[in-house]
Design a protein around this ligand. Structure first.
Ligand code: GLA
Length: 362
């Protein structure tokens, strides 16, 4: 009886193959193989990176290993992840990302050392819960930077040393004054952070990283900060333009103008957190699926932006996406909590989108 069943099954499989089933499978895998690897397509331009986290290095491993040659930890190297309580450093999650990068010969961007956000409250308080003194906070900054940067010396090639220190406007100066780093240490905290990082790894490229960095008014303020730092002899080597953009903002011209403006200071420029939301900023509506017309516009935006990046390859030394594929993106919770967005170049099934083809076919 069992034998009969076996022959029946065998016959069914053979019929399926003869009628083209096997071939279809082969075609599908051949199609998959034909998808070019992003990093290879861009090998004559700049490294192409992705922000990854402890989950996506498993769930998105295939895409990560095939397409990217640079990794950034989405959260795992931030102050609150590495030193949640005083002196207790936890590196396991960050190490796992660095290991994956090394196994695949990829670069690692370190993100981020000094930021007003995702930094535990204890950092800014003394043992009695009172605001920390300037000396205490500087000491903590030095210890944290030295410990983290030294650990990854030779492994992390570039650090976002200071994140988002420039104001969005309104105040008298160009710095954000609602940062506890600024309030307690004063404007000199930025220079100090770069000096500590440089001491810990003189070979690392040190970046200042910010959002709205192509907005004309904000880019003027960022430019002033960088110019001041350079004039003081502070070791800053590049500027990170985050690149959380959308289908209607910013224009390619605006992006190019900002790149050239920063480059005129002799700095490298990297796009450090690229994603293009299908929702213009003022649109707070929800959508059940990604509409075709918005995906087409998104693809065109990706194309024109990558044209700018390629054209400026003399100064653009890296482009990193803030995520891997549309099934896991911070944009699902920002600026509207729980609203699905589709900002990347791989879809929820990890397949290349129109945007992908626009940036690889040029
Ligand atoms: C900023 C930070 C990133 C990340 C994003 C949102 O751009 O630099 O680390 O937190 O916001 O995901």
């Amino acid at each position: 009886m069992k034998k009969h069943l076996f022959y029946l099954l065998l016959a069914l499989v053979m019929i399926w193959c003869i009628t083209g089933g096997c071939q279809q499978e082969e075609e599908i895998s051949a199609l998959h193989k034909e998808v070019p690897a992003l990093a290879e397509v861009y090998q004559d331009f700049f490294p192409v990176g992705a922000a990854v986290n402890s989950w996506t290095i498993e769930s998105h491993k295939e895409l990560i290993e095939k397409h990217f040659n640079s990794l950034t930890a989405e959260n795992e190297m931030k102050f609150e992840s590495i030193q949640r309580s005083p002196g207790k450093y936890t590196f396991e999650r960050a190490d796992a990302i660095v290991e994956l990068a090394e196994k695949n010969g990829m670069l690692v961007r370190g993100h981020t050392l000094v930021w007003h956000s995702q930094t535990p409250a204890w950092v800014f308080k003394d043992e009695k819960g009172r605001p920390a003194s300037r000396e205490l906070l500087l000491k903590r900054m030095e210890e944290h930077i030295t410990t983290v940067v030294s650990r990854y010396r030779g492994q992390v090639y570039a650090w976002d040393v200071v994140n988002e220190a420039v104001t969005d406007g309104g105040g008298p100066g160009y710095l954000r004054t609602d940062s506890p780093w600024y309030r307690i240490i004063g404007p000199g905290y930025i220079a100090q952070a770069f000096i500590f990082a440089h001491r810990a790894d003189p070979g690392a490229k040190l970046f200042y990283n910010d959002y709205s960095a192509v907005d004309p008014a904000k880019s003027d303020r960022i430019y002033r900060l960088l110019k001041d730092l350079l004039e003081q002899g502070v070791p800053v080597h590049g500027v990170g333009i985050q690149g959380h953009w959308d289908i209607s903002y910013p224009s390619a011209n605006q992006v190019e103008a900002a790149i050239r403006k920063y480059a005129s200071l002799g700095l490298e420029v990297q796009i450090t957190e690229l994603d293009i939301s299908v929702f213009p900023w003022s649109d707070r509506g929800h959508l059940r699926a990604a509409p075709k017309n918005r995906l087409r516009t998104q693809a065109q935006r990706y194309r024109e932006l990558f044209e700018v990046f390629r054209r400026n390859k003399d100064v653009v030394t890296g482009v990193t996406f803030w995520g891997v594929a549309d099934d896991r993106t911070w944009k699902d919770n920002f600026p509207v909590r729980g609203r699905k967005d589709w900002p990347l170049v791989f879809d929820e099934e990890h397949q290349p989108k129109a945007a992908f083809w626009e940036i690889v076919n040029f």
